[in-house]
Design a protein around this ligand. Structure first.
Ligand code: ZN
Length: 394
């Protein structure tokens, strides 16, 4: 812990107890300005829910008294929205599956979901708009009996968890280069393979931060992950040592170091620019105390989850006989890992400065095995992960 945080620890504890009294742990998004609104239009009902940031979402109909459930991943309700209308006679909020909470609207008459869409504003705030239209009781019952959500987060048509794969570098930034090989090209190839491998499992949606040889700024990569509602951020790189810097080889996995996070907290408090660290949470107007408490909240959740994935990755690389570095898990202050709240791991697939690694990275077969090892690790991790395992097990 930095001396900065040490000095702040007693204050943090005090703030923490205030914040945690009001907050469910590990829930970052909240109702946004404007809250929830129910609008009875002629022949249709519109429900709008404003959120502080985009989160995974899905919409279900529930039988019994006809109800519609708007479900959100990692959302904290500060209070139940106090909204009613002629067609929605009551609204309540509750925790649902692990990591999910929902707003359930009691319907005066059977309504089916016609459209549902989440839009994300420039600053990162989001709004879910659901349109409902009258249907017969029979049609309602049928729709409510569907097990899959009627609508879910964009790019996640079946409500599948979203994995963002980030092939490092690209365009005018080739990354490490040796022997005619470039890190940017090799990582794009692995990213495409991994995308296919993951999609084939039928369990994930995958977003690439680049799918061609183009330059994408770091900040934009994190924004893309946030906009996609990513459940996991995986950055792919290959390292290279300078000629006089000794030798190193094998796969190395990086997670954000606690010190780096403490330093980030430090900078964050000075600049009040939380969006860089806590992606999607606008802390511009938040006080230092709230900022730090939120950062702590995010760290509690995503660090152990990132570490668990790292363990699974090491095991998968080991059992696939892929060369691991002698110290395979390292921690570093890497900006690309600072999407707090989203488990983030940076995979260095080898060193282009090592002859053996260069041969491996240059082999299509090796890259295919590496992709499968990462896929296996993600499968294992999702089964055991608190949010993905219980929220998405089917
Ligand atoms: Zn790199």
């Amino acid at each position: 812990m930095s001396s900065f945080l040490k000095a702040l620890a007693p204050i943090l504890v005090a703030i923490w107890s205030v914040v945690s009294a009001a907050a469910e742990p590990n829930a970052l998004a909240q109702l946004g300005a404007g809250g929830a609104v129910i609008d009875d239009k002629s022949g249709a009902v519109e429900i709008r829910v404003a959120l502080s940031q985009a989160v995974p979402w899905r919409v279900h109909l529930l039988n019994g008294p006809p109800r519609v459930a708007l479900e959100f991943g990692e959302l904290r309700w500060s209070e139940a929205p106090d909204v009613r209308s002629a067609s929605v006679t009551d609204v309540m909020t509750e925790r649902h599956d692990a990591g999910w909470s929902r707003m359930v609207a009691l319907l005066q008459e059977p309504l089916d979901v016609e459209t549902a869409e989440m839009t994300v504003a420039e600053g990162g705030s989001a709004q879910l708009v659901v349109t409902l239209v009258p249907v017969t009781a029979e049609d309602f019952r049928e729709a409510a009996e569907e097990n899959t959500p009627l609508f879910a987060a964009k790019g996640a048509g079946k409500g599948l968890p979203v994995i963002t794969i980030d092939p490092g570098h690209g365009g005018r930034d080739p990354g490490a280069q040796a022997d005619g090989l470039s890190e940017a090209d090799l990582m794009l190839d692995v990213a495409r393979r991994l995308k296919d491998d993951l999609i084939r499992t039928g369990r994930y949606d995958v977003v690439l931060t680049r799918d061609e040889d183009v330059f994408v700024p770091l900040e934009q990569r994190l924004t893309m992950a946030r906009d996609a509602g990513a459940h996991l951020f995986l950055s792919l790189h290959a390292d290279a040592l300078a000629e006089d810097a000794g030798s190193a080889s094998g796969v190395t996995l990086y997670t954000l170091s606690p010190d780096a996070e403490a330093d980030a907290a430090d900078t964050l408090t000075e600049r009040h620019d939380g969006t860089n660290v806590l992606t999607g949470v606008d802390l511009t107007d938040a006080g230092d105390d709230v900022t730090l408490a939120l950062l702590d909240l995010a760290r509690q959740d995503s660090v152990p989850r990132s570490d668990a994935l790292t363990k699974a990755l090491i095991a998968a690389f080991q059992s696939s006989g892929l060369a691991l570095n002698s110290r395979p898990h390292r921690q570093a202050d890497l900006s690309v890992l600072k999407s707090a709240g989203t488990p983030s791991v940076l995979v260095e697939l080898g060193f282009l400065s090592s002859v053996e690694d260069r041969e491996r990275l240059n082999s299509e077969e090796w890259r295919a095995s590496a992709s499968l090892a990462i896929r296996d690790a993600i499968l294992l991790w999702s089964d055991e992960d608190r949010l993905l395992g219980e929220g998405f097990r089917r």
